[in-house]
Design a protein around this ligand. Structure first.
Ligand code: MG
Length: 239
């Protein structure tokens, strides 16, 4: 899973290097797929419930699961990119939101709070804590900053399957659910909206957008709980 995670991290780094006004999301998808396959790994999203691409590209008011296509990025956009990789039967899964050129201060703040809420979650991944301590850490941080946490989509266990038990909501009371033990691996992925937490799915049956049209950001890491605490398998330098 470390190897799969390193590829995911490299793909996100490559996405950051490639993002600029004028590039299409389909071009980003091609760059990501080529890089994944260069490691003899597979893009885990491609064909997953018939998803037609290797990455998810979600722009501005799009929350998650945007389909790459001919839309060109414009100066001032923000774009969330989600990457899943399968290598030797194991998975890595991570996401990050990037700025296209110069963005508005509110957009930058949304991105920063979302990234830091994931960091809060990582700090809650300790042996002896309970699962909902992670959820609570995200919600408390986001709401303290007057932003809202998406309820309809959640983090997850990950391993031989990309989505395994347990589900890990980004909201909830602390002190509930299973006790965290060394050896678990979770994909934690706060989705944060500038407006209300409500979302809807577009007619393409994939793209999730904010119900009120406000901006949304998404960060995700695959994190193992080892005997020295949490280990981010999808690159520490993105949090
Ligand atoms: Mg995920």
């Amino acid at each position: 899973m470390r190897e799969a995670g390193r590829i995911v991290a490299e793909v996100l780094q490559e996405m950051e290097n490639s993002i600029k006004p004028g590039i299409t999301t389909a071009m980003l998808d091609k760059i990501a797929e080529k890089l994944i396959r260069s490691y003899n790994a597979e893009p885990a999203f491609l064909g997953y419930h018939n998803f037609p691409a290797s990455i998810c590209t979600s722009i501005n008011n799009e929350v998650v699961h945007g389909i790459p296509g001919l839309r060109r990025l414009a100066e001032g956009d923000i774009i969330s990119i989600d990457v899943g990789v399968r290598l030797k039967g194991y998975h890595g899964d991570a996401a990050a939101t990037f700025e296209v050129g110069e963005v508005a201060p509110q957009a930058r703040r949304l991105i920063d709070v979302t990234r830091l809420s994931l960091q809060e979650a990582v700090e809650a991944i300790k042996a002896g804590n309970r699962l909902s301590d992670i959820s609570h850490a995200v919600q408390a941080y986001v709401e303290k900053n007057s932003l809202s946490v998406v309820r309809n989509y959640v983090g997850h266990g990950i391993g031989e399957d990309m989505h395994e038990e347990p589900q890990v909501p980004n909201f909830g009371q602390p002190g509930r659910g299973p006790v965290l033990q060394e050896g678990i691996v979770l994909a934690i992925e706060p989705m944060v909206n500038a407006g209300s937490w409500e979302v809807k799915v577009l007619d393409d049956q994939w793209t999730v957008v904010t119900a009120d049209g406000s901006l949304s950001a998404h960060f995700e890491h695959t994190i193992a709980l080892g005997n020295n605490g949490p280990e981010i398998l999808t690159s520490p330098n993105l949090v």
